[in-house]
Write a protein that binds this ligand. Structure first.
Ligand code: GLC
Ligand code: CA
Length: 535
């Protein structure tokens, strides 16, 4: 049953990358008991829920997004008892729990794939994946390119001498599942129920736009030649990315929606408010609303802010159009400034601007996602190529550095790396300069980024949630963006010089110490934001 305002409508959801949160046993990798023992950090931040990136049985070729058993915990992370304890502790702290579900592909170590490659072409075992014969000249069935670079097909030769290609939109160790196969659909229903029965409150759905493939033998027709560049490339312009997404024959097909309508019936069969958020990179952006129609999922990620420049006019465009779009399907907006796939916001915009942007975004209606370490103002780490693990680095032959820089473990305490994260050697090195970012060094400093987030989340929970829509005042033309919402006026200055704004009211929160309100004038320095209580 969904009450009038479900818990997720304006929730703050904290993303935990389990491998990098806290290591409880000194093997250098974060784990479930490590998370459980540090959930108070999330509670003291003021979040409402956690989303756990995958911790399932996996050979870990793609940070666990290569799942070998979706209903098992990888021993590196602990066991099922640890998962149960984590969920229980989270609930005691009034934190809901979302887990990741990865339905586009399995790992090549999943029992089904092992069975498939030891079975004949055309067998039931192969039909759970996308196996096809080579073209007559021996080349792959079509020209699709993996999102991590290189062809989306790998050839398997079997003992009976036959050779077929299988499809993988990501790494060759991540064979795509065939969603027209009944086994696939029913196995995922089992997985959803398994985690719901264990007590989770919902799911983040990986590559939610990719499950249905139409016309699999048709080449990716792409007059601009962009398919050659089809890969996770965050340096691409939004136009390029848009064209690419819109032209890809394996994304955002009609068939995905029947799957989510079915899942929704499962969610609604539980007597608590279960929700799911879709990772759907689609174009044009309005296509995203199709995933959150009344009988489908509850939220869809909006990725605009992950790639947006720090520019008021641009931000106005993406925020206002998102709100407008979602109003039409009556779904809440979602906002994310960082995640495990993109360069961190502090590296994209610098420390000052990223604090300002966060403060501005936290005042918006909808749900806010915070990626672990974002609340510490962590930048991306500079890594040596020899430390990199992202398959995108290897498949593009180093052309792209990949996503490891945003996945370096959290600094917790102490003067030296690894700053309390582990008693061993962390799986990615934590830079020596990260002392100032650690939780303990920020904990009692009132001007720290951590305390900015804590203050913002507290005010947000008490005074913004439920305050309804926003009324734009300044639309970014002069570098100033502002709106009124509930008791507040909210300002963001993306320009390079200070702005003075006549105002009535009191300063509730500024993104840094230079933001001041005195004698009826708000001083908003370059790259800053403010919440002013006007009522
Ligand atoms: C999603 C995940 C990413 C992963 C990919 C393949 O985009 O967020 O980390 O590599 O899917 O599962
Ligand atoms: Ca560990």
């Amino acid at each position: 049953m969904i009450s009038e305002s479900p818990w997720w409508a304006e929730s703050v959801i904290y993303q935990i990358y389990p491998r990098s949160f806290f290591d409880s046993n000194g093997d250098g990798e974060g784990d479930l008991p490590g998370i459980t023992s540090h959930l108070e950090h999330v509670q003291s931040l003021g979040a409402d829920a956690i989303w756990l990136s995958p911790f399932y049985t996996s050979p870990n070729k793609d940070g666990g997004y290569d799942v070998a058993d979706p209903r098992g915990v990888d021993p590196r992370f602990g066991n099922l008892e640890d998962a149960r304890a984590l969920i229980k502790r989270a609930h005691q702290l009034e934190l809901r729990v979302l887990v990741d579900v990865v339905p586009n592909h399995f790992s090549d170590q999943h029992a089904w794939f092992t069975e498939a490659i030891s079975s004949k072409a055309g067998s039931a075992e192969r039909k759970r994946f996308h196996f096809y014969d080579a073209k007559s000249d021996g080349t792959p069935p079509n020209n699709w390119i993996s999102l991590f670079g290189g062809p989306a097909w790998t050839q398997i030769k079997t003992s009976d001498g036959t050779a077929q290609y299988y499809l993988h939109l990501f790494d060759s160790s991540q064979p795509d599942l065939n969603w027209e196969n009944e086994d696939v659909a029913s196995d995922f229903e089992k997985t959803l129920r398994f985690w719901l029965d264990l007590g989770v409150d919902g799911f983040r759905i990986d590559v939610a736009h990719g499950l249905a493939k139409e016309n699999i033998l048709i080449d990716h027709h792409d007059p601009e030649g962009l398919s050659n560049a089809l890969r996770l490339d965050f340096e691409m312009s939004s136009e390029e990315r848009g064209e690419l997404l819109a032209s890809a024959p394996f994304f955002d097909r009609e068939g995905v929606h029947a799957i989510y309508r079915n899942w929704r019936r499962i969610f609604d069969s539980y007597d608590r408010e279960v929700m799911a958020v879709a990772e759907a990179w689609v174009h044009p952006p309005a296509r995203a609303t199709r995933y959150v129609r009344g009988d489908e999922l509850q939220q869809v990620f909006n990725f605009d802010l992950l790639v947006a420049p720090f520019d008021a006019a641009f931000l106005f465009q993406c925020i206002s159009s998102t709100l407008e779009m979602l109003r039409q399907v009556d779904a809440p907006a979602t906002w994310a400034l960082s995640n495990h796939d993109t360069p961190r916001v502090a590296s994209r915009h610098g420390s000052k601007a990223s604090r300002a942007l966060a403060l501005f975004v936290l005042a918006l209606p909808g749900s806010c996602y915070i990626y672990n370490g974002q609340e510490l103002g962590l930048p991306d780490a500079q890594l040596a190529d020899s430390d990199r693990q992202d398959p995108a680095f290897f498949r593009t032959k180093g052309l792209q550095k990949g996503r490891d820089g945003a996945r370096v473990p959290m600094p917790w305490s102490g003067d030296k790396t690894p700053f309390g994260f582990s008693s061993g050697s962390p799986w990615l090195p934590i830079p020596n300069e990260w002392r100032e970012f650690s939780v303990s060094s920020q904990n009692t400093d009132p001007s720290s980024t951590l305390n900015l987030y804590r203050s913002a989340l507290k005010i947000r929970k008490n005074r913004f949630v439920g305050a309804g829509e926003i009324e734009w005042v300044d639309r970014g033309e002069t570098g100033l963006l502002s709106f009124a919402r509930g008791e507040f006026a909210v300002y963001l200055n993306t320009g390079t010089s200070a702005i003075e704004i006549p105002t009535v009211g009191t300063l509730a929160l500024g993104s840094d110490r230079e933001v001041k309100l005195a004698n009826g004038t708000l001083s908003l320095p370059a790259a800053s934001a403010a919440w002013v209580a006007i009522r």
